[in-house]
Design a protein around this ligand. Structure first.
Ligand code: CTP
Length: 403
């Protein structure tokens, strides 16, 4: 397969320094990236950095390499355009179809998916002019990410931070996989996603845990937020993942804490996705001090069963709320993964169940995922192996269709 051709536009804001990391991620995952900085972006990061990391020349204007009519060729050849950071000025120029540099001219000739990752001060992001520009761009099918909240250039904090380069790279890959824009079909909806593994304490220093990285749940939260939903992410233990932009994150430890957080967040939610790997059992009692080795064998571990949170959520759901479960299955003597998935869907009573075939290095702690999406209405869709964001996007397609 040839490398997907990506144009990486970089506008002139302090977050331009993070575009170097995004560029590295894109090239390392096999994309051929041509960087199109604005003249202002080069005030923050030198052209040499972009040329060295991309292995391609860097120009800001249309008068370099005139015989190849760059702005037309680059736009035609691109399979994806990512602009990160997209400043208020860049959003305004793109909205009005300006073509005053190579980046904006290429945006006019490109016919592929376009992803903008904005970064600016909160006042600029919330200004009616920027709000209107974002609305126009989204109405044209451009994916304009909601920025992250947090510390900005000075002492101020608020929405306007560039989303993490890893999150932008994940969405970029998703758009290449989908070959289409992300619809804003979850606008006005409130969704709750659980992610990661629970930890069941034995004593103050030890716990029973599992191998869940939380990546699938984080991808679900990211994609829902960028489709316009208001998202609460209830996160157990995960790999070292950044909070997704524009998502409220609630941290929990044990299955019982996850249960409380899910019941609280589920009230009034339009959809719930249980992607967390919940421990089925917990120690009967928590020892208040560190268990010592002692002389003989340790006491046997006595476990009790945790509540099935998914079944409880299904039982408590108000009319119209869509509930989605996950099932990690291996086949056994009684049937294959799909057979076990169908039985689990009936047992749990949820509207949709994602069945992942696990084992042999599949699904856990890896970036890709696949399986089947089973509906309580009898529908069954095979999900080809792809990014966890792509699987998330299939889940939200199905949820949006049911809302
Ligand atoms: N789940 C839950 N509460 C539990 C266990 C699981 O809410 N105590 C949820 C998971 O988040 C997932 C779904 O139920 O959405 C299926 O989880 P899984 O571990 O595959 O199912 P189990 O019911 O534990 O069945 P088994 O381990 O016997 O396959």
């Amino acid at each position: 397969m040839s490398s997907p051709r990506v144009l990486l536009g970089v506008a002139g804001g302090i977050a331009a320094y993070k575009s170097a990391e995004l560029l590295r991620r894109l090239t390392e995952s096999g994309h051929s990236v041509r960087v199109l900085p604005t003249a202002a972006a080069l005030e923050f990061v030198g052209a040499a950095t972009f040329e060295a990391l991309s292995g391609q020349p860097v120009h800001t204007g249309v008068f370099a390499d005139v015989p190849s009519v760059q702005h037309v060729r680059l736009g035609h050849e691109a399979e994806l355009v990512v602009v990160a950071p997209a400043t208020a000025d860049l959003l305004a120029r793109a909205t009005h179809g300006r073509a005053d540099d190579l980046l904006t001219a290429s945006l006019l000739t490109a016919r592929c998916p376009v992803l903008f990752a904005p970064a600016m001060h909160t006042e600029m992001w919330e200004h009616p002019a920027t709000v209107a520009n974002v609305e126009v761009l989204r109405s044209r099918g451009v994916v304009v990410m909601d920025p992250a909240s947090g510390r900005l250039t000075g002492k101020d904090t608020g929405p306007g931070r560039l989303p993490e380069p890893s999150e932008i790279a994940d969405l970029a890959r998703l758009l290449l996989e989908r070959r289409d824009a992300l619809p804003r079909d979850l606008e006005g909806k409130r969704v709750v996603v659980s992610a990661g593994g629970t930890r069941e304490a034995l004593d103050p220093v030890r716990y029973l845990g599992n191998r869940s990285s939380g990546r699938q749940g984080y991808a679900l939260a990211t994609v829902a937020a960028q489709r316009g939903a208001q998202v609460t992410l209830v996160a157990g233990h995960t790999a070292d993942l950044h909070d997704p932009a524009a998502v409220d994150v609630v941290r929990v430890g044990s299955a019982l804490e996850l249960r409380d957080a899910m019941h609280a967040a589920a009230k009034g939610a339009d959809a719930i996705v249980m992607a967390a790997a919940v421990a089925d059992f917990r120690p009967v009692s928590l020892v208040g001090h560190k268990i010592k080795k002692g002389a003989g064998d340790p006491d046997p571990l006595v476990l009790t069963t945790n509540p099935d949170i998914l079944v409880e959520l299904v039982g408590a759901r108000p009319a119209g709320q869509v509930v989605v479960g996950f099932a990690a299955e291996t086949g056994d003597a009684t049937g294959d993964a799909l057979h076990h998935g169908r039985a689990k869907l009936a047992r749990k009573g949820c509207d949709l169940l994602v069945v992942n075939a696990v084992g042999d290095g599949k699904a856990f702690e890896v970036p890709d995922n696949g399986g089947w999406l089973l509906g309580a209405d009898g529908s069954e869709k095979e999900l080809a192996i792809g990014s966890k964001a792509l699987l998330a996007s299939h889940v939200w397609d199905a949820v949006a269709g049911r809302l």
